[in-house]
Design a protein. Sequence first.
Lengths: 239, 450
Amino acid sequence: MEQMPHVMVVDDDREIRDLLARFLERHRFRVTAVRDAREARRAWPNGHYHLVVLDLMLPGESGLELARWMRSQADIPIVMLTAMGDETDRIIGLELGADDYVPKPFSPRELLARIRAVLRRTGERSAGAHEDAGRNLRFAGWTIEPTRRRLVNPDGVEVALTAGEFDLLLALAERANRVLTRDMLLDLLRGRQAGPFDRAIDVAVSRLRRKLEDDGRHAQLIKTVRGGGYVLAAAVERL
Amino acid sequence: MRLRLWPRSLAWRTTLIVLAGLAVVQLAGLTIHALDRRDLIRIAEAQEAATRVMGLYRVVVLTPPEDLVARVRAMNLPPDMTVVLSDEPPGLGLVRVPVEIQRILRLSMLLVPLPQPLRPRESRILWDEQELRVVIGMRLPDGRWLSVSEHPPPPRLLHAPGFLAAFALMTAVAAMLLVWAARRLTAPVRVLAAAAERLGRDVNAAPLPETGPSEVVAAAAAFNTMAARIRRFVADRTFLISAIGHDLRTPITRLKLRAEFIDDDELRTKFLGDLQQLETMVASTLQFGKDISGSEQPTAMDLPALLRTVLDEAADAAPDQPAERLSYDGPEHLTIQARPMALKRAIANLVGNALLYGGAARVRLLPPPSGERPPLLRIEVADDGPGIPPDDMQRVFEPFHRLESSRNRETGGTGLGLPIARNILRAHGGDVTLANRPEGGLVATASLPV
């Protein structure tokens, strides 16, 4: 049997901590729940953790500082619990290299899905990927800002994307000039997408092409690969 | 008609009042000048007349008496002057000319050189009231009377052309100075009005500069104090709303976790559904509080891309619905300055309402109507629903107001969608209005500066 992943939950509310621990344990995780940064540091050496669920609003030392400390200790994925709709927290968190964020009040099932997606993504990730996580990507004059989830055109004008389109573009840009099959894209994006996404990938690509002013019949940026895949054919630099 | 004569603007009213005053003063000055000049002219004219008359007298007195009648008849007189030779003095029924004029005339007549024995033995200066003529009678040495009568020349008080031009120029310069000064002095009122207008749209608008004349400084300071109080009031209210919203997060999170341990599937689903609704309401309440403070910075953004994104997200959220209910009509690209996240929320609220109550959302992006100042883009969101009774058109913009027909929670509205959209659009310098379409359905029209 596969080893149960070990998750550290850091939240100052005792009820949420205990309930979340019970919930995750029920879904086959090993859980260590602590109330603040001090307890987290004390519990740190005791277990080999696979992931941390971290509330940003902690009494005493802030969640951001704790996250920074944890990052300095190990290349461990962090899912942050942020204040609902608080952009600043989310941006700082993502710039710091958090792997995902879930706004409070969160749905336990969504948190579970995110935890699983992050674990799956980081399973194959190379060391040092964190350093690149929050950095802007530029290709053919376009700039992707992952932390702000913004796409800016060569004239400096922001071009709105749906959540799905943004994730798709980011996935393609992070693996530029590599062919990504529909299945690979599905796998990369499933963490965030609620519904069925396979047909949606083709739809999202065609919408993306229109927004990138990339003519569908003679697409230069996002090229269709025979046999069912897409590739971003452009030099991508990290800023 | 009164409104047309009496201008609306303070600057023009001030100009008009001071100009009227100036005109009165100028008229008075002109009159004084003219009266003063009249006396001078009178003296000069009297002297001239005396010389003329004495010239005639001289000719007459030097003519031998037997030739006199023929001589007088043959005299080459200026027009409008008559000479009569008679035995009687002129002027039965004529009035005496005022003494000072008589004096001037007599004096002037004395100045004309003539040997003493030839001088008139007697003279009379009279005024013919019927004919408006001056009649001067002189007794010749032989005893007969020579009467000369003429029209006094009309007084040409404002005679000099240079004077009138200078006067007109002076008046014109004064009037121009006045217009300039009035506009300058009333400028702070316009600035104040513009600031009040800005404050109405954006509570965080920059304060008025407290410079200029003391009254203007006082008004600007009072305005800034008022703006600060409004800001504090809004901030307090926003803080209150946010605090409640934040404090609700923890219990909602706990409840959601607890619900996961309910074994009865149906009960759990209903429980989670209620919690979802509660969370949506808290989220939009927080959003309502946040939009007022307007923390996001404006940036250059592509408006059609944003409209398409909102429609695409609506389509993604309900993939089983027919695609025709969502459409976009307008330019492919158009760059505007706006707060992208806020604006997206406003448009998403309008599109969401159209889908929820009208079953469709047809979005059109239109250029500003020609001649509009300032030009505002139009974003129309039309649906196929029942529309809204005209009496409710304004009330639907009040927070938490929901139409009776949608009071039912099944439709899922929180009563904050339109107020939030309106707050956001107004903060952008635009607005949103609703109207029932003649062909049925409702159309929400958002306006945005170009």
